[in-house]
Structures are given as C-alpha cells and as structure tokens.
Design a protein around this ligand. Structure first.
Ligand code: AMP
Ligand code: MG
Length: 480
C-alpha cells in the first residue's frame, strides 16, 4: 500500500498574500519515531506499511500526491508586545484533507525548514519539543479537550543548534485549521479589508457555518475559548505562551511549546522559562483569553459598517467572556466534585478546596482522583498536612447527603471527570532525555498509557505518581 492523503486544499485558493508557497526542505536521514495510525484512520489517510517510506513523507522529503505546501503568514501580540509580521517560520502546511465524516483538517510539518517568515530562526525543531507536543497534544485529546493532534514524528538525522547540539526532528500536526487571532490581526493592521473579508468568509464556512458575519464569528469564538480554557484548568494545564498568534479561531489548543500540567496545585504556577512575570500563569489564563479576544474584536471592526456601534456591541461580547468562562469553569468544578444537583454554595465549596490545596501543597490530579473513589477520605494523603483537608471534607460529605444520584453512579461519573493519569512534566522530560540517548521505550510507554487516562491499573502506577523533590521539573523551555 502506498501512502495516500485525500487532499482538498482550500486555504491555498485564498489570495496569494495569505501565504507563501513553500516546499519543506529535505532532511539528511529521515527515521520514523511514531506514526499515529488510529488518527490516520480517523482522517481517512492510507499510510504505507513501510516505515522508511513513511519517514520520507513525514520528514518532508517526499510530498504525497495532491499536496499544496505553503507557509501561512500572520501577526500577533507576543507577551503583550505587537509583532506586525510572524508566520510559519519553521512549519509548512502540506495541505488539507477531508475525513470520511466530512470534517476538514490541515496537515502541517513542523520543523520543515526555513520559510520567508523564519526571521533569524533556522526553521528546524529539535527532538525535545517534538516529543513534548506529541505526548501532550495526544494526552489532551484523550482527556477530551479540543486540541490539535499528533500524526507523526521523525528524526532528521541532522543536528540542530540550541543550548547544545541537539538531534533534529519533524512533527506532523493535524488541526481543524491553523487560523489564529493573529491571522486576522495581520490583515487588519494593513487595512486590507478585502483580505479580512475573505478570511472571515473562509473561517465562518469552515468552523461556524451558522455564524452571522463578524459579530456571529466573534460570539462563537468567545464561547469556544471560554469552554476551552475552562477545560484546560480542569486538568491543571498551563499553556505557557498564550500569544494571540497561538490562539485559534476553531477553539482548539495549539502550540505546545513550554506548556505543562501542574502537579501540586497553585494558581500562580508558571513553567515557561521565558514567562518572567507570570503573564501566562495558570490562573491568569481566562483573563488573557479575554484580552486576546479583544484583539480579535478590534481586527474585525473594519468589516463593520458602523464602527461606533460595532465597538459598543463587540465590547459587550468580549466582556461576556468572563461570565461564559465562569459558567464553564463552574460546570467543570461541579463535575470534578460529582455534584449532579446545583446549589448556590457549590462554587465556594470548590474554591475552598482549591485554596486548601494551594496552601497544603496538594497534588491537583491525585486529590480529585482520590475524591472519585469509594474511599474519598484518602484525598487527605495528597496534603502535606491532612488537617487542612479534614474540615473541608466534612462540609463536602454534608453536601453529598443532598445528592440524589446513587453513590456508585456518582463515583463512575467522577472517574470520567478526574483523570487517573496526566502527562506529568517529569515523565515527559524523562521520555525526552531517554530519546536523546536513542531509547524510545519511555516515550512509547507514556504515550500508550496516556491513551486511556481515566482508568486506574497497576501497570501505570509509577506514571501516576507526582514527582519527588529531585524529580520535579521547574522550568520548561520554548519549542524553538
Ligand atoms: P512560537 O513562540 O512557537 O509560537 O513561535 C513564534 C514565531 O517564531 C512563529 O512565527 C514561529 O514560526 C517562529 N519560530 C519559532 N521557532 C523558529 C525556528 N526555529 N525557525 C524559524 N522560525 C521560528
Ligand atoms: Mg506559535
């Protein structure tokens, strides 16, 4: 069987100023690390059985028939500062496929060589960020969180210069599109209303066919991002670089650079080495989401006939993000606590637990998973001083007496809302370190385990454990 992708390239039919046609630069010695065959099936791709043939495709050395490779241009606010021109500096979108169910997906090679948007960069990626994105994006998908996906990873056989001489790699990303807030910003900043209109039409047709014009699109994206960020927070995910060029219109998580899931709960947690002031800390994510959406709103203004009226209505829509986020977040928290009925005090009960967890250094995942068992009192073990947990637990037990759902049903529902396994940062690092030494066993083991994150089983016990003091990873570096 030869590799076949059912290409149907729509972005490539947009005006030429949306992108640069660009083929990936061939690499020296492509070697397959992983190909995600279940995802390939879902997309309707046919993958060659031969790893060498696949490696050539996923390295960009050979293009499948029907590909229309291009690098997209965009702009963006990075850490609040405006960059008028960014773009795929180390990525090439090779085309779009339409899956058997009619859903459309971009296929992009990340680390595919220099493009006109590379600026000072080499257009390459090293193995570390490639494996991190593979593991974490697939884990997020298994956790039920909207995200781009990992189709493949290959070694290039070339050296990439970073903190040292690192092995090069290429990552194949699948996304329902790569349209970013920064894509709209790019054309708005150039007063290119014609391009903005084309981008709007393309985005609406692709993601929100029911949306009515710029206002409808803005409302839809506000709703999607509110749900997405609440879902992130429900698993302790910290994106790390919520720049406007890393926020999608589709509502999918994108750009797994210095991201990580936290172990011990603390709202101010930051992992990214470049986030000195904690702009993108765990608890800041909803506010940053709203800020980014305000940039989207600003970019859509040129498409509105009455600017003053549009400013007023867009402000109201963006201000509505906070309420939508709160609703989504409270929904997540209720599910995590197993509360099927709704009471006024539920949210403060949840926040009280989070505060105690922050003070007591409690592991986020372990606390909620223990609560989701037949012996919820075991959650005390996640706290440095269980005394901090006990009074909360008494209040929780009282609250549970007012639940009408049978206990067994509640426990089952809670276990589907509180994962047994997350991609713990020290395990991700360990998999990367081993891979750099040529040992991919930890990477494959971690990936396989994370495909089923809601079931306890003895063989994953070590992967469930929080890091010891010496294992803890304090900083995560950008994906460059
Ligand atoms: P990121 O922070 O990963 O979202 O990337 C920000 C910008 O830098 C994007 O325009 C990237 O394409 C570009 N970039 C990051 N790494 C590289 C690289 N190694 N070579 C060229 N461009 C890069
Ligand atoms: Mg980016």
């Amino acid at each position: 069987m030869t590799t076949h992708f059912p290409f149907d390239n729509s972005y490539a039919t947009l005006p030429e100023r949306f992108f640069t046609r660009q083929s990936p630069a061939a690499v020296a010695a492509p070697k397959l690390i992983a190909a995600n065959r279940p995802l390939a099936d879902r997309l309707g791709l046919t993958l060659a059985a031969d790893d060498e043939a696949l490696a050539r495709i996923f390295a960009g050395n050979e293009m499948p028939e029907g590909a229309a490779p291009l690098a997209q241009v965009y702009a963006g606010h990075q850490f609040g500062g405006w960059s008028p021109q960014l773009g795929d500096g180390r990525a090439v979108m090779i085309g779009e496929v339409v899956a058997p169910d009619g859903a459309r997906f971009d296929i992009q090679l990340k680390g595919a060589g220099r493009t006109p948007y590379s600026r000072m960069g080499d257009g390459r990626a090293w193995l570390g960020p490639v494996l991190r994105e593979y593991i974490v994006s697939e884990a997020m998908a298994a956790l039920g969180i909207p995200t781009t996906r990992a189709l493949a990873a290959v070694e290039t056989g070339e050296i990439v210069l970073r903190e040292g001489r690192m092995p090069g790699a290429v990552f194949t990303r699948v996304a329902s599109s790569h349209i970013r807030v920064g894509t709209f910003q790019f054309f708005a900043a150039r007063d290119d209303t014609e391009a903005l209109q084309a981008l709007l039409d393309h985005t609406i047709a692709r993601h929100y066919p029911e949306a009515d014009g710029p206002t409808g699109l803005l409302k839809s994206v506000v709703a999607a991002q509110a749900k997405l960020i609440a879902a992130w927070m429900g698993v302790g995910f910290i994106h790390g670089v919520m720049n406007t060029d890393n926020m999608t219109l589709s509502g999918e998580t994108i750009d797994y650079g210095p991201c990580a899931l936290m172990d011990a709960y603390h709202p101010e947690t930051v992992f990214s080495s470049i986030d000195q002031f904690g702009r993108y800390a765990y608890a800041n994510q909803p506010q940053i989401g709203a800020w980014n959406l305000a940039q989207l709103a600003t970019s859509l203004l040129p498409l509105m006939p009455d600017r003053d009226a549009a400013i007023e209505s867009f402000t109201e829509i963006v201000n509505g993000f906070a309420g939508r986020f709160d609703d989504a977040w409270h929904h997540v928290l209720r599910a995590k606590l197993g509360l099927a009925t709704e009471e006024e005090e539920d949210v403060s009960l949840a926040f009280d637990l989070l505060n105690r967890m922050a003070q007591g250094g409690a592991d986020f995942t372990r606390t909620f998973r223990a609560l989701s068992s037949a012996t919820p009192e075991d959650a005390a073990e996640a706290f440095e001083a269980p005394a901090a947990f006990t009074p909360w637990f008494e209040a929780y037990k009282t609250r549970l007496t007012r639940e009408t759902r049978p206990v067994a049903e509640r426990v089952t529902a809670m276990q589907a809302a509180n994962p047994a396994l997350i991609p713990r940062n020290h395990r991700v690092e360990e998999a990367i370190q081993a891979a750099v030494q040529g040992d991919y066993a930890p990477f494959h083991r971690l990936n396989d385990a994370l495909a089923d994150p809601f079931t306890d089983r003895p063989e994953i016990e070590d992967l469930q454990q929080p890091p010891t003091e010496t294992e803890r990873v304090r900083q995560t570096f950008c994906g460059t």
